[in-house]
Design a protein around this ligand. Sequence first.
Ligand SMILES: [Zn+2]
Length: 668
Amino acid sequence: MISVFTSASELPYELPHLDTITAEDLIDGVKEGIEAHAQEVAAIASDASPATFENTFVALELSGQVLARAVSTAFNIIPSHGTEEMKRAETTIEPLLNTHWNAILLSPELSARLSQVDLSGLSGEDARLAEQVLLERKLAGSELSDSAREELKELNARISKLTTAFGQAVSDDLNAAAVELTEDEAAGLSPAQLAATRVEKPGAAVGHEDTHRITLILPSSQPALAKLTHAESRRKLYESSVSRGSADDGGTLALAPQIAQLRAQRARLLGFQHHAEAVLAERSESDLSKVQALLSSAVDPALANAAREDAAIAAWQGTPVKPWDRARGLEALGADQGGVDESALVGYFELNRVIEDGVFRAAHLLYGLTFKARPDLPVHHPDARVWEVFDADGSGLGLFIGDYFARPTKRGGAWMNSLRDGASLVGQKPVVTNNLNIPKPAAGEPALVTLDEVNTLFHEFGHALHGLFSEAKYPSLAGTSVPQDIVEYPSQVNEMWAFHPEVLPHYAIHVETGEPLPADLVADLQKDTTWGEGFSTTEYLAASLLDLAWHQLAPDEVIEDPLAFEATVLADHGFHPDQLPPRYRTGYFQHIFDGGYSAGYYSYFWAEVLDADTVEWFKEQPSLREAGETFRRELLARGNTRDALESYNAFRGRAASTEPLLKRRGLI
Ligand SMILES: [Zn+2]
């Protein structure tokens, strides 16, 4: 079998021919790649010579290159430009890949072969590779007996069915729990909101008014709560939001305890005390008691700050604060509390300037990088652009593809992807992409971006740098292949450069007048505001601790009343959920009951602890360029080739402190 992926592309950095690759090519490439990879793995497992690190673990890293080329190309093109044909290719490819990866992870022959390798003399990246490969296999069930493996398969199938049902029910509830308000009850909504929620009653009797139907979004707090004038309307919307899943009909509140229990059984089968322990085994911080302590230490300051915010809102509205009053009070008092007036910023952020004189400039100041547009290289869509990235010494580092505009074939949101991992074993240099969904301007018009999009451009480029700086030997440990609880950390750090005095004035220039951003607006952007952080931190911590409680249950602990369980957990941690509910309650906590965040919702906080502590460190350094070099060498370049917290210690000189984050959030 021969496909366009049989050999590496002859283009610079082995960039695939993204402009001509078809859906058929992707399917053919994946099929060819799977066949070739399966043969390579079988040969490694049945090798007659004595098992060594080289002929097992390293051989596995070298295997599957056709498949890797096909898969990375497919998963770059499909989310960015998923035509109907490409989406059909995705549906064909995904089950093939799942079956293939499972067969390898659970192959008894391969497990037996790997277990013969003497790992005692390994060190550095070699030791890390062996440890990571064996852990991944253990978590997949490779060490189990045949009967236990059957049991695991059964558990996985049941969990998957229940989590899918949970996700479906949560989406249905967004509509089912929608609130209908009369024209009068909807007072306070903006004209656009009124138009968007209007339910016309054509031909109704005279005097019968139109109504406004407010569908819900996932978190407890609903956007319309910030606007609705009548307290009674707000109360209705709030109650409807926080009581989701309560219906006694096999809805989400019936599913959650079953999911938690099956996960507990699975964890026990795999040799862990509970699900949280199994999840944390793969994280940067595997000690559950440390994670709990970190979250708990922030609870009291967060509650105290929330109480101060409540007091300010109560003084403003003249009555005690009910939970449905909060969003409105926060918004009404926001400007006085130092928020930025976004309307004054219009015209100052032009996309090309933000990229080349902002994002790239920051990378130049810190790391000495330079960028050269390469319009001669092929891309998956005419709007995407390629830059060749050069290191400070002028050598080629990799390629960066920026695909910034929204289009019907693009998935929502913003993300970074890796087309080629930087890994010396396979002689690869990195090729990375950033995707955003900025509305495309009319032909000839400049693309103006919002403050939020400026932040996103810096954020996603932080992920890109993590990929570009990879100095890994092994592809599976390269670049952004780090534990889930810290993958957002380098990108969060990169956001700090958006408003840096050496960066902001260079790109924030008015698109028509050429004037720089006025000093008072610069000051507003650089000022830290903590208004609302008391509330948002409290609701976030409550959700994180609730998640960990659900996932520390023993397999035989049956939760009959999930709401009572939730209330006890929250009260034990000092929360008053009737006054300030968690960001997600059990009945609609989709991140953990149908998403990748079970026992991991705390990760956002953990990544932000490292981020805030790193920002402090950068501020203390006398030279940006030297600081950048240290951060790159000890942290970004390492990827997953060594323990993440060891890398952290290596540049920071100590473990992370929570103080900068608590300060940033106004909690101390
Ligand atoms: Zn990110």
